[in-house]
Ligand binder design. Structure first.
Ligand code: FE
Length: 288
């Protein structure tokens, strides 16, 4: 007797919206818009990609965060990160910074380069109520500390967080047990990948085209570059490429199922906590 393995299907397709943030950085917002306000525990996903300095040079000058985590993954170019208590570091191509803002961070994220391609992603992951006022924590992961694993013929993945093919990503200690994979598929490749049932999962195609969902019986969709597939629940995800190679981010995490009160860079559970965050920031006491 064998139990039926449930396949995740594509339940919604989201197209990123062109917008700007920081001091005028042009980007595509994929999560955090009216089309997909949030996908518990994911609060925001931005892709920034430009070889025009005017699109990115203004950067993200000093701004606060409280109550969640920001995850910056760079594909090309580099940015310097500085916070108000003296932490700083360089986010170079292939690196990831998983920043748990907790009760408060005020920081800047500014391009180091003056020209050339700047390409990467910023993801916001919510914190549970009990961790929102935790001490800030950085996990700065250089490119050579992110393992790459072959998942199938013509399919490999960089494992940023979670487990894939028996390989564990370097990011650890995150309550929502995230999986964060950067997957590259050759033409005419197939992947069937296990995902924890009950965890919310999405795939975001940033190069080429990928068909996600069951090989037969419906629920599959072909996604082109710049599109995100919200996946239904299940135990496995199937993905397949056509004539071209493709790259996508695969994310999954345990949903928090808590109320969300959100105002710009503050994400708490109640309006009162948001008012307190704004007041704390204004009187220079974000860290308490
Ligand atoms: Fe920030």
């Amino acid at each position: 007797m064998s139990a039926t393995v449930t396949e995740r299907s594509v339940v919604k397709i989201i197209t990123g919206q062109a917008t700007s943030d920081g001091a005028g950085v042009r980007l595509s917002r994929v999560i955090g818009t009216p089309a997909l306000d949030h996908f518990d525990p994911f609060l925001l996903l931005d892709e920034f990609k430009s070889d025009k300095p005017d699109d990115y040079l203004a950067g993200f000058p000093d701004h606060p965060h409280r109550g969640f985590e920001t995850v910056t993954y760079m594909l090309a170019g580099s940015m310097r990160h500085k916070d108000h208590v003296g932490n700083q570091g360089e986010l170079v191509a292939g690196s990831v910074q998983w920043m748990t803002a907790g009760r408060g961070i005020i920081h800047s994220e500014m391009p180091i380069q003056k020209d050339g391609l700047m390409w990467g992603f910023q993801l916001w992951v919510n914190l549970p109520a009990r961790d929102k006022m935790t001490a800030p924590r950085y996990q700065d992961i250089p490119p050579d500390k992110i393992p790459e694993v072959a998942l199938a013929d013509g399919v490999r993945a960089r494992v940023i967080a979670g487990e894939a093919g028996g390989v564990y990503g370097p990011v650890e200690g995150i309550t929502t047990q995230p999986l964060y994979l950067d997957v590259t598929m050759a033409p005419r490749a197939r992947l069937s990948h296990e995902l924890p049932a009950g965890h919310n999962a999405f795939a975001y195609v940033y190069h080429g085209r990928v068909r996600f969902g069951p090989a037969e019986g419906g629920g599959a969709e072909m996604l082109s570059t710049g599109r995100l597939a919200v996946l239904g629940d299940g135990e496995r995800l199937s993905a397949a490429t056509g004539d071209g190679h493709a790259r996508f981010l695969l994310l999954a995490a345990r949903p928090l199922r808590e109320p969300i009160a959100r105002y710009g860079p503050f994400v708490m559970n109640t309006r009162e906590e948001i008012v307190r965050a704004v007041e704390d920031y204004q009187r220079g006491a974000l860290l308490g």
